[in-house]
Design a protein around this ligand. Sequence first.
Ligand code: BGC
Length: 732
Amino acid sequence: MKLTDAQKQRIEDLLQQMTLEEKIGQMNQESPSIVGGFDVPFEELIEMMTDGRITKEEFGNIMSNAKQDFHEDEIRKGLVGSLMVQDPVKVNELQKIAMEESRLGIPIIFGLDVIHGFRSVYPIAIAEAGSFDTDLMERTAAMAAKESRSAGVAWHFAPMVDVARDARWGRVSEGPGEDPYLGSQFARAKIRGLQNDQSSTENYVAACLKHYVGYGACESGRDYNTVSMAMHVFYNNYLKPFEAAVDEGAATVMAAFNDLNGTPCTVNRFLLRDILKDSCGFPGFVVSDANAIRECEVHGICADDMDAAIQAANAGMDMDMGTEIYLKNLKEAVADGKVSMEVIDEAVRRILSVKMWLGLFDHPYVTEEAMKRYETLPEEHTSLAREAAEKSIVLLKNEGNILPIDRNAKVSLVGNLADNKEEIIGAWAMSWQEKDCVTILEGMKAEFPNVQYFPCGGPEGDLNMDQIIKAGDYGDVIVAVLGELVSMSGEASSRADITIPGRQRELLEMLLTTGKPVVLVLMNGRPLALDWEAQYVPAIVEAWHLGIQMGPAVAHVLSGAVNPEGRLSSSFPAFTGQCPVYYNHPNTGRPGSKSKFTSRYLDAPLGALYPFGYGLSYTTFAYSDLKVENKEAVIEACVTVTNTGDRAGKETVQFYMQDVTASLVRPVKELKGFEKVSLEPGESKTVCFWLEKKDMGFWNNEHVYCLEDGKFRFYAGGSSGDCLMAEAAIRF
Ligand code: BGC
């Protein structure tokens, strides 16, 4: 986020001219409130729809009938720094008030939850991270930036980079999974994609890293729940993707709802000031999560609104999302000496810097041309969405090589989810995006001339016996599209039982009794507990919520036109009771084994059913010759990978490390690198990783970085659960 001296001066000049009220106005973010008929903020209305208190139709009716208050009067008075609006005409109208009718003409920054696409929707993050393709991650972010900026949205509340290891938590869908290294690569790629193309102000947006920090470790996977963790776990895992993204230049950060070790992140001076702003050198601004400043009162940390405003501002919270607590209290707090002018000026300087860097002062409006640019989705956007969807699909099981399916086969396509546009775009998608969705049924019809559709049942409701019998009679093969509704993952969507919901397992049982080969295509927003399915269903394809091109992507993988290459960014347990399950867990004194007094369950397998990094292909790969060389500043690890099957395919070669003896208990494996290689049948390639020795250490509880001599193990393979290993003694 580089500013010229002239831009910096412009900000200082403004600060000189601004009244205290105007400064506090910059620290205030509003969203349109619905007035008349429905007296809740717009955001809450969205939440009500998401959590089922009102239906989508009811929401639509309310929206079309209700009048919205866009806070024009406050904008005129310079009391609104940011607004959540997505309609370019409205953006221009409100921006005009800010630019022409407010005293100092400071532009508004319009922000929105553009989580995995704006106009075109890409796979949910947990899926896209599994592509292990950072170039792809960057390109989808860049496309989302262009699309949203053309509608005036210059600020994305993304990427969500919370490390998440408990699949019960619904928000695992929104982030890049369980691993801090993959999460950091994802975070960096997203920042580059959203922010780096500054050739025109129409090409980039400000990213917002969220949710800072530890939100993914909410106790028992229940959303918004308390978070307690040892500081070394915090520094080495949960903080990592945030540090990486700040280093990459992230412009803004959103604080998490949760408390961390007793202090809500919203008022956590240690997290916001000491770590983020001082230690990481973050130059942008911090926004609260929705309503979070007021929620500190419910946490039992702030006595009232005034106390919440004082604690949040002093902790380093620069912008209030949605409560007007700053607007109504900070002036008095400053007058009483409870919050200093330096604190206010610092926050405003950060906010104005981001606006300046975005070019909003000189290009505040959306042009007519930009507004029309994506009325029809250009082919390159659709094909990028398809590429992302194809690369995110993970083949979990393929017994007897049922897959790929011959294009001329008679296919019985089963499952209500297969014919539904709403259910393929995933959490945080918006209704206008549905029109570009291609369903699995449509995708299958284009790929398999002899497909017939039998809905039979879905995540909710009854099964249709008549259809099940017909599906069994018709197909040479049955493709069952089952899983979760979009509303079962995402915010406020934790589940205590993460098996396939409703009567879908029963449906699978019935399909299996037909004797026809059954392919299970899963649509879901989290790892599921698939013990039963893994035992009885011969082929399983993890297809997540893949976005607008889900249909063609699934069909291409099923026909073999595309050889699956996605990997799991999060481990799948066999049973819900194993959660949290993750590959990089600390060593115990009694690692789980067959003997009784070891770290294990009596009634569940050891570890994950499908571990992090796992995923099959229509070809097979073999690893040999792992050689580790201890060079001066790096460890060089080379391994040979051979395509031992009869198709070309892409393998994700993964490189892990273990610090065997250290002053703190270390993980059994830590990802340190990955590389995707394309191999023709019979072809071998040697893949090398160079691990810098300075990156082999860890942070202790006192935030001291430790590089300790001793034995290390290095692993290379196609999954965290299946690697070659070499050992070396290392001195630093
Ligand atoms: C979510 C954030 C989101 C914000 C604004 C909150 O409920 O936790 O992730 O960015 O709403 O919509």
